[in-house]
Ligand binder design. Structure first.
Ligand code: PAF
Length: 277
């Protein structure tokens, strides 16, 4: 495994692979990797000949009052995890955007609700970085986690709309044994905050259990979930169509329940599939 830190070096490596006809797989990340990221790499590895993982904390997707400056970083630990997952190249660029960058990639519709409403401009930052990463890495396959469920939907839409020759694969959300969805941001939580953070997955499970017991009214389902929440501030708790992300009034199809909330200074997200029986 090697770590490349410039766009030029990565392009050179990818060009050599292309002349050999090798299939390139890609897992984009912002680093501080955990087993959830490892599971995305494990999903990509058997589907490609060469696997690239990018580690880049993308300033464009952070709002002015968000945690860009304190976002956790640990390149040495990230390299160890990548090596253990059979990654060929870690791409940790120091020169990612052209200094005179003038292009923003924006997806309408899907980005307007949920995290898009709570974090204006966030998804423009995500699609702009992912489009450029696709241009530089030129993967045939890219894996994104279902933990960021809306992000995955937005990236699928962008890839289809721009006709990008990349297969997008979604990887299941991975939880710690106590139920907390794995996230690099969990490192911010104190012991008390972490125990309150468990209320996110408990609230989602309450919705799934009520739906499994036959409840169809979405207001009732949401109320069952919200009663379990112990967040300091709630950004949203919604039950949506998993394709369009439009809120549902009645559970008349398989759905997704999504939550975003603040525990102290830490914003956490989580989601679960809601069965329609
Ligand atoms: O999910 C993430 O870690 C980031 O949003 C991504 C896709 C790497 C873009 O910076």
């Amino acid at each position: 495994m090697e770590t490349l830190t410039t766009v030029a070096a990565l392009r050179e490596r990818v060009r050599a692979w292309q002349t050999e006809g090798l299939r390139v797989g890609f897992v984009p990340t912002m680093g501080f990797l955990h087993a959830g990221h490892g599971s995305l790499m494990a999903l990509a590895r058997p589907r490609c000949d060469r696997l690239v993982v990018s580690i880049f904390v993308n300033p464009l997707q952070f709002g002015p009052n968000e945690d860009l400056s304190r976002y956790p970083r640990d390149l040495a630990g990230d390299e160890r995890l990548c090596a253990a997952e059979g990654v060929d190249v870690v791409f940790a660029p120091t020169d990612f955007y052209p200094p005179d960058r003038a292009t923003t990639v924006a997806v309408a519709g899907l980005t307007e609700g949920l995290c898009g409403a709570a974090r204006p401009g966030h998804f423009d930052g995500v699609t702009t970085v992912v489009a450029r990463l696709f241009g530089v890495v030129q993967p045939q396959l890219a894996v994104f986690g279902e933990k960021d469920f809306q992000q995955l939907a937005v990236i699928r839409r962008m890839t289809t709309d721009l006709g990008l020759p990349v297969e997008i694969v979604g990887g299941p959300l991975i939880r710690d044994p106590d139920g907390l969805a794995m996230s690099s941001r969990n490192t911010y939580l104190s012991a008390d905050e972490r125990s309150r953070a468990l209320s996110l997955s408990a609230a989602l499970r309450a919705v799934v259990n009520a739906a499994t017991a036959g409840e169809r009214d979405v207001d009732t389902l949401r109320a069952a979930g919200r009663a379990a929440l112990q967040v300091d501030r709630l950004d949203y708790f919604e039950i949506v169509d998993p394709g369009t992300l439009a809120p549902l009034a009645t559970l008349d199809r398989p759905a997704r329940v999504l939550v975003a909330g603040w525990i102290g200074r830490t914003r956490l997200i989580d989601n679960m599939a809601v069965p329609w029986i």
